[in-house]
Ligand binder design. Structure first.
Ligand SMILES: Nc1nc2c(ncn2[C@@H]2O[C@H](COP(=O)(O)OP(=O)(O)OP(=O)(O)OP(=O)(O)OC[C@H]3O[C@@H](n4cnc5c(=O)[nH]c(N)nc54)[C@H](O)[C@@H]3O)[C@@H](O)[C@H]2O)c(=O)[nH]1
Length: 152
């Protein structure tokens, strides 16, 4: 059976009236593992037995980034599944998209990660290296640009 993991692509938008760090004001959160290849991904992790996918995504976001469900807003209509192979086993990762409500909310890492960055799309794609994750970030970015009118 395929390994299954779920997570959240967390983004934040610059505060109105302050200079944007990126051209469009959108920044994505990536975490760097403290083990293995020290790779960068959004917060995510394995689904525990009996756990539903969204519960996993929220739990891992809390454990890995220190962000509570009430500090983020899940964007309706965006969900992507990535399929890749880890140690010769198929793995499926489901990502939803979530906005950090307050730009200044601090990120608190667990021992599983050694660093984090808020990055514009171009930089986020450089850090994430995997083509499928890059495509997912680009899709999330396109989705957000289409949602400009409902910016909260
Ligand atoms: N010491 C040590 N310990 C480890 C290691 N490994 C795990 N632990 C322990 O496991 C716990 C983590 O548990 P959770 O948090 O529940 O799970 P996940 O978040 O799912 O975490 P993983 O890191 O297992 O899974 P991936 O991120 O999927 O990376 C696996 C490989 O897949 C590739 N890869 C990654 N992302 C993409 C992508 O988007 N696209 C593509 N195409 N490929 C991608 C890349 O080649 C990468 O090397 C930790 O606490 C550790 O104790 C390790 O090597 N050494």
């Amino acid at each position: 059976m395929a390994l299954r993991a779920c997570g959240l692509i967390i983004f934040r938008r610059c505060r109105p009236g302050t200079p944007a760090v990126t051209a469009d004001g959108i920044e994505f959160l990536l975490l760097q593992t403290s083990y293995g290849e020290n790779h960068w991904t959004p917060p995510k992790g394995h689904v525990d037995p009996g756990e539903d996918d969204m519960t996993t995504a929220l739990r891992e976001t809390k454990e890995e980034a220190g962000l509570d469900p009430d500090q983020i807003h899940i964007m309706e209509g965006f969900c992507k599944e990535l399929k890749y192979t880890v140690r010769n086993k198929p793995k499926s990762v489901i990502y939803w998209l979530a906005e950090l409500k307050n730009y200044d909310t601090p990120v608190n890492l667990s021992s599983e990660h050694q660093d984090f960055r808020w990055l514009g799309l171009e930089e986020a794609c450089k850090y994430s290296v995997y083509e499928d994750l890059q495509d997912t970030l680009k899709a999330a970015h396109r989705f957000l640009l289409g949602h400009k009118m409902v910016q909260r």
